[in-house]
Design a protein around this ligand. Structure first.
Ligand code: BES
Ligand code: MN
Ligand code: ZN
Length: 499
């Protein structure tokens, strides 16, 4: 997306679509009042007649006549009460603008940034993210009828700023927003592609593209290298499939040589049938999304490379399928993880924690300052929090707080679940050091306890994104399928650490 910043009378802006946010209640922005004067009072009329009161989620398209307004369309978008404006509401407004642009087959859109209490750089970033995310659609595997018109892609966003806004801050916010949201779309696309396309091998190739483009170091472990590392947990999951597993490691060296890195780890399970503890058939196709944590790590590394973030960051994605086969792991089997711990597999469907166990252990060799992981780990998390927040757990209160706040700022919210010591008892095994399922009670927490066994003393936070990594696309800037979460949170956290 080409993003530009401009000033000037809204009425004189030539654009196929001018998006104009308005607030609930009286007292319009002077810039909007001037536009409405040129519109002959159309916006006031729409408000008076109650078609649009300015509530969040409302929008109306106006078609200016008479030539006093240069825009072909004016999209009025409600933002709610002015004192409760948040970046997330602006992100959604950006999404609404992008959707309307798609309907109108417009290749460019101009968004009038409202004067508000939100910092203008943050506002520009949120709007840009919303527009870029809202313009994404997953159509690459659909055929187009011969007589269907070629799709129009939204290519240009102009942000019209109020007179008093800091233009440089707006331009910088828009630049960051565009990079981050494009990277999130990149993650969404990986998530939406099916398991027969995005295999562990393919994920490693995609990481290879990122490493070449941004000059990162790439290390890819295959089965033989995993064998040499003693990664019995990751290899146990891969036993049931003909697709070879991969452990993907990307290193961004943006900081000083000796600086300890930030590490991001993501579950890259490219299809989860459950293994011998097989899942029910209904909805099983959604388990192509079981690599969304890994996709978010790749998306974040993409953005971190493009932004040239001044910090050392390592992205790690353990990747496998979880299928059934004559050699597949069985309930009761015991494997030794790379850390040396033995694991009794009581449920082959609790495979994510197995591949993460070896990845988290591997991460320790980088001596991380802090480590985050994201995984579509438990159905229990969807029951606990639905689709509104990721579960957040960890071993360091300050880091938990820091990551939660990064989530709030980006609209990728997290909510904490307690890691009381007593929960750890549920994964005690009679036959091995630990077992891979603690049963149904507090399933999200016992999964986190399992991971914790492999992180050692590293400050670590785990995000269970089972309910947030994909969805029905009800938000203005999202469509059905992969959301790309937590790409934005990852990047925001890294940026906040990079200073
Ligand atoms: N990938 C699933 C978790 C999942 C479920 C993600 C629903 C998204 C939506 C994971 O591998 C899994 O199967 N977990 C089991 C764990 C159980 C066997 C302890 C679960 O949640 O049922
Ligand atoms: Mn599973
Ligand atoms: Zn899984």
């Amino acid at each position: 997306m080409n993003v530009s910043v401009l000033r000037g009378e809204l009425a004189s802006l030539e654009t196929p679509l001018l998006a104009v946010p308005v607030f609930e209640g009286n007292g319009a922005d002077p810039a909007v009042q001037a536009l409405d004067l040129a519109l002959g009072g159309l916006i006031a009329a729409v408000r008076e007649r109650g078609d649009l009161r300015g509530k969040e989620g409302e929008s109306v398209t106006l078609y200016p006549a008479g030539g006093s307004v240069a825009a072909q369309r004016v999209l009025v978008i409600g933002l709610g009460k002015p004192d409760s404006l948040t970046p997330e509401k602006l992100r959604r407004a950006g999404g609404t603008a992008a959707r309307q642009a798609a309907r109108a087959r417009a290749a460019s859109v101009t968004f009038a940034l409202p004067a508000s209490s939100v910092d203008s750089g943050d506002a520009a970033r949120a709007v840009t993210e919303g527009v870029v995310l809202g313009s994404y659609s997953f159509t690459e595997l659909k055929s187009r009828a011969d007589d269907a018109p070629a799709p129009v892609e939204l290519a240009d966003l102009a942000i019209a700023v109020p007179a008093e806004a800091d233009e440089a801050a707006v331009a910088e916010g828009a630049r960051v927003g565009s990079v981050v949201a494009s990277a999130e779309n990149f993650a969404r696309n990986l998530g939406n592609l099916p398991g027969n396309v995005v295999t562990p091998t393919r994920l490693a190739e995609v990481a290879g593209d990122i490493s070449t483009r941004f000059g990162m170091k790439l290390t890819v472990l295959g089965p033989r290298e995993m064998e040499a590392e003693g990664m019995g947990a990751l290899l146990a999951v891969a036993r049931g499939t003909d697709e070879e597993p991969r452990l993907i490691v990307l290193e961004h060296r943006g900081g000083a040589d000796g600086d300890r890195p930030l590490v991001l780890v993501g579950k890259g399970l490219t299809f989860d049938a459950g293994g011998i503890s097989i899942k029910p058939a209904a909805g099983m196709e959604e388990m192509k999304f079981d690599m969304c944590g890994g996709a978010a790590v790749l998306g974040a590394m993409h953005a971190i490379g493009e932004l040239g973030v001044k910090a050392n960051v390592v992205g790690i994605v353990p990747s496998s399928e979880n299928l059934l086969g004559g050699k597949a792991m069985k309930p009761g089997d015991i494997f030794r993880a790379a850390s040396g711990k033995t694991i009794e597999v009581v449920n082959t469907d609790a495979e994510g924690r197995l591949i993460l166990a070896d990845a988290l252990h591997y991460a320790k060799r980088f001596d991380p300052v802090a480590m985050l992981d994201a995984a579509t780990l438990t159905g229990a998390c969807v029951i606990a929090l639905g689709h509104q927040a990721s579960g957040i757990m960890g071993n360091d209160e300050a880091l938990l707080d820091e990551v939660k706040r990064a989530g709030d700022r980006t609209g990728e919210r997290c909510w904490p679940l307690p890691m009381f010591d007593e929960y750890r008892d549920q994964i005690k095994s009679d036959y091995a050091d630990i077992k891979n399922s603690g049963g149904r009670p507090a399933g999200t927490i016992t999964a986190a306890w399992f991971l914790r066994e492999f992180v050692g003393d590293t400050p670590w936070v785990h995000l269970d994104v089972a309910g947030t990594a994909y969805g029905d696309g009800k938000l203005a800037y999202l469509s059905k399928g992969s959301t790309g979460a937590p790409t934005r949170l990852f990047v925001e956290w890294v940026l906040s650490r990079a200073g």
